[in-house]
Design a protein around this ligand. Structure first.
Ligand SMILES: Nc1ncnc2c1ncn2[C@@H]1O[C@H](COP(=O)(O)OP(=O)(O)OP(=O)(O)O)[C@@H](O)[C@H]1O
Length: 259
């Protein structure tokens, strides 16, 4: 069964030496199975904090988080996490890097190994299995990181600005590839990004947060015509620019309210 993500009145305060700082307050969200949602908002509004909580890497101060109906109490193989940096091990080959997730979860066997080789091929990395990370471009390395994450077949994928360090053209190509791969697999995904056009192009919903403390300011539903078009072409569709300006305007207000 595909995972549903549910956050119920989640509050998180980071404890400092003298005082606690409230990063997010009373945050509730329901993400449907197979849905792709993006979290956007001004710097410091709690996007990464939320992903860490959903991933089970951070225990919230208050509130509850459920993935597939189970309360999150720590990291789970059902949840994949992909970051801006690829974190490949330079001394391991591309294939050995891609197999790492399977190795760590005790699921590496001939079948899963062959599936991972197939996935590398799907990502345009066929023939690179025995190369080392230093021999690959940034976009290729990020695709290896994606294969490593997908090889364990997580039902939920958390993406924390995975494309932001890449050249614009590579970033657009990867958006297409990731969006198509996740749609085919039916993976539920939550993306943190500063790029509003990326958020609109790949998501069913764009969740705009506001800071101090982090909470939902507004939720934008992306029209089906945009969502069902590859991200590269979705940007040219009628309604895309209007939605972009709507989110942009609201984000400006969210940032201004903070001042
Ligand atoms: N480890 C930490 N200790 C103390 N405060 C923290 C810690 N991590 C984050 N914060 C604070 O919590 C708030 C939310 O931070 P978070 O990184 O989740 O925001 P963000 O929206 O992801 O920011 P950005 O867009 O800049 O990456 C900020 O005020 C930040 O300073």
């Amino acid at each position: 069964m595909l995972p549903i993500v549910q956050l119920k009145e989640v509050t998180h305060a980071y404890l400092g030496d003298r005082e606690a700082s409230l990063a997010i307050e009373n945050f509730s969200l329901y993400v449907e199975a197979g849905e792709f949602v993006s979290l956007v908002g001004p710097s410091g509004c709690g996007k990464t904090t939320l992903l860490s909580i959903i991933a089970g890497l951070l225990q919230p101060s208050r509130g509850e988080v459920f993935v597939s109906g189970h309360m999150v109490s720590g990291p789970s193989p059902e949840v994949g996490y992909m970051l801006q940096q690829d974190y490949l091990f330079p001394w391991r080959t591309i294939l050995d890097n891609a197999l790492l997730g399977l190795e760590l979860t005790g699921r590496l066997n001939e079948n899963s190994r062959q599936q991972t080789i197939g996935l590398l091929g799907e990502m345009g990395l066929g023939g690179k299995e025995h190369a080392y990370p230093a021999q690959l471009s940034g976009g290729m390395r990020q695709r290896v990181a994606l294969v490593r994450t997908l090889s364990t077949d997580p039902g939920l994928l958390l993406l924390d600005e995975p494309f932001s360090a890449l050249d614009y053209q590579i970033k657009l190509q990867l958006e297409d590839l990731v969006s198509e791969t996740l749609r085919r697999r039916g993976t539920t995904a939550i993306l943190v990004t500063h790029d509003l056009s990326e958020a609109i192009a790949v998501s069913n919903r764009v969740i705009l947060l506001q800071p101090n403390p982090g909470k939902i300011r507004k939720i934008f539903t992306v029209p089906e015509a945009i969502r069902s078009t590859p991200p590269l072409y979705a940007r040219d569709l009628p309604g895309f620019a209007e939605l972009f300006h709507e989110v942009w305007k609201e984000m400006e207000l969210a940032g201004r309210d903070e001042l």
